[in-house]
Design a protein around this ligand. Structure first.
Ligand SMILES: NC(=O)c1ccc[n+]([C@@H]2O[C@H](COP(=O)([O-])OP(=O)(O)OC[C@H]3O[C@@H](n4cnc5c(N)ncnc54)[C@H](OP(=O)(O)O)[C@@H]3O)[C@@H](O)[C@H]2O)c1
Length: 265
């Protein structure tokens, strides 16, 4: 079976690529940095003896997105789509570059929607067990925090979208699985791209990408719709759901006032 992974040139996407190859999947790896994709594909092909192809595409671009969607819809052996490509920004929304905010919405929302449609149009009629979609969301989906407004909003959309699909697939008694993976702080290039000083975050809150992806794939095997890796983040999400929203807003405002402006690297 084929696994298509977006954002496979680093971090969680590259980790998904290695773990899925170890499970015997052939791979189609997608991101903008073709050289990085090629070297990961070569490494994986040599190590696991699976077919690993690359497709360089900017998923915020309509032309790139349409061509990736067409490949996904037409792949006869499609087994899994991992909508993983994403990025974060720092700073107040009213100060931010609106183009970058729009790119984030295009990547997290429109690309996820378009590629999920292509994958499900392919997978649902085939009704094969063990096939599906993993949408890489975030614990940020469960709240709203200042200086992170579009990120929280787009990841919240991702969770609701995934849950809606799970309900539709359940209503159709489809064996196709959908998952929203909701990690907390994970050691990838994500915070270099922002950029954010990792030392602001307590060491105990950092997750290893191998652990996050193992939890996701274990969750996929048991058809879990939401996967939150790590007990600390499970507890955090439980608290966020229990606390009245007014109190959550107050706590978020106080937290930002305490830390003032984020320290950039
Ligand atoms: N790290 C964390 O703390 C954390 C926590 C929760 C959720 N997440 C989520 O995990 C996902 C993966 O991020 P990561 O942590 O692995 O960060 P990362 O190492 O920076 O990886 C991000 C990936 O997305 C790709 N990408 C970015 N913009 C793209 C575009 N326009 N078109 C195609 N690909 C694009 C990047 O590749 P190119 O630059 O080569 O295009 C890269 O492969 C994201 O959705 C992120 O929101 C991360």
């Amino acid at each position: 079976m084929l696994a298509v992974i977006t954002g496979a040139s680093s971090g969680l996407g590259a980790t998904f690529a290695r773990k899925l190859a170890a499970r015997g999947y052939d791979l189609l790896l997608i991101a903008r940095r073709e050289d990085r994709l090629q070297s990961i594909a070569r490494e994986i092909g040599d190590m696991y003896h699976v077919r690993a192809e690359v497709l360089a595409a900017d998923l915020t671009d309509d032309v790139g997105l349409v061509s990736v969607a067409a490949q996904i819809q037409q792949a006869a052996d499609l087994g899994l789509l991992v909508n993983n490509a994403g990025f974060g920004t720092l700073g107040y929304f009213f100060d931010a570059d609106p183009h970058t905010q729009e790119q984030m919405h295009r990547l997290h929302v429109l690309a996820t929607m378009r590629l999920s449609h292509a994958a499900l149009a392919n997978l649902v009629p085939r009704a094969q067990a063990g096939t599906g979609i993993i949408n890489v969301s975030s614990v940020a989906a469960f709240g709203s925090s200042p200086q992170n407004v579009s990120y929280c909003a787009t990841k919240t959309w991702m969770n609701r979208f995934t849950e809606g699909l799970a309900i539709e697939l359940g209503a159709k008694s489809s064996p196709v699985v959908v998952q929203a993976l909701c990690p907390g702080f994970t050691l990838t290039e994500f915070h270099d791209v922002m950029p954010m000083d990792r030392s602001r975050i307590p060491a105990s809150l950092w997750l290893n990408p191998d652990f996050v992806v193992d939890e996701s794939l274990r969750g996929f095997d048991r058809r879990a719709v939401f996967v939150i890796p790590g007990w600390r983040y499970k507890l955090l999400v439980w608290v966020m759901k229990m606390v009245p929203s007014g109190l959550m807003r107050w706590a978020s405002i106080r937290a930002v006032q305490r830390y003032k402006q984020p320290k950039r690297t």
